[in-house]
Design a protein around this ligand. Structure first.
Ligand code: KIV
Ligand code: NA
Length: 246
């Protein structure tokens, strides 16, 4: 699984054979210049999800319920999920939280909409969690995470993302659950993996420890822009081959 926020990246990842595309609320950080996911709205997510779903005929598209669009209760959560399904072409929704969101997951699931859970470090709660920290460290926290994972499964979730949890905590959740686990910063012993595509492709200077830069697209793009500007300034672009005669 990779994130995607527009048709261009979605078409590329779909052609690459990525099984699942996540229209993540990380769009707030990666595309909209926010420092957290908290300001992201349903109206931000809908055009992004529509663009991704329209450009990805093979990948299964999952869209995040943004902060403030589901916490109030099952009715609010179902309302948001129904809007996403009607207006975007996505196949599933994702929301953050375990036992506290079980009623929301159940309501959306009962309406025939697949739900992906998200446990461990949940960015929408980063102020309550005290920043970007590994979750599920220590016996009590590990037990709480496993209880949340079971609650998410019992509420009907079709899969669960585990973000920034110790390897053995993620591995035990993976062994215990019937539904697939998808890890990010959760080690190799999950059923699947997810990364934010701009991290995966080296688009930005800073990369979280758990992400690997599989390319240096940011540097390549900067060099292309520098080359373009310097050829324009030198008068060597456009040349005859890129111009029209009358
Ligand atoms: O929004 C996002 O990109 C996510 C992934 C990190 C799982 O939720
Ligand atoms: Na997210």
């Amino acid at each position: 699984m990779l994130t995607a926020y527009d048709a261009m990246s979605a078409a590329i990842f779909d052609a690459a054979g990525i099984d699942l595309l996540l229209v993540g609320d990380s769009i707030g950080n990666t595309m909209h210049g926010h420092t957290t996911t908290l300001p992201v709205t349903v109206d931000d997510m809908i055009p992004a999800a529509r663009a991704v779903a329209g450009a990805a005929p093979h990948s299964l598209v999952v869209v995040d319920l943004p902060f403030g669009s589901y916490e109030a209760g099952p009715e609010q959560a179902l309302g948001t999920a129904v809007r996403f399904m009607k207006e975007t072409g996505a196949a599933a929704v994702k929301l953050e939280g375990g036992r506290r969101c079980a009623a929301q997951i159940r309501a959306i699931t009962d309406a025939g909409i697949p739900v992906v859970g998200h446990l461990g470090f949940t960015p929408q709660s980063e102020h309550a969690l005290g920043g970007h920290r590994v979750q599920g460290r220590g016996d009590e926290a590990a037990e709480a995470l496993w209880a949340d994972a079971l609650a998410v499964q019992e509420a009907g979730a079709v899969a669960v993302v585990l973000e920034m949890v110790p390897v053995d905590v993620a591995a035990r959740a993976t062994e215990t659950l019937r539904i697939p686990t998808i890890g990010i910063g959760a080690g190799p012993r999950t059923d699947g993996q997810v990364l934010v595509w701009t991290d995966m492709a080296g688009m930005t200077e800073w990369t979280p420890r758990f992400a690997r830069r599989f390319a240096e697209l940011g540097a390549a793009l900067r060099e292309a822009a520098q080359e373009y500007a310097s050829e324009v300034r030198a008068g060597t672009f456009p040349d005859a081959a890129h111009s029209f005669e009358r």
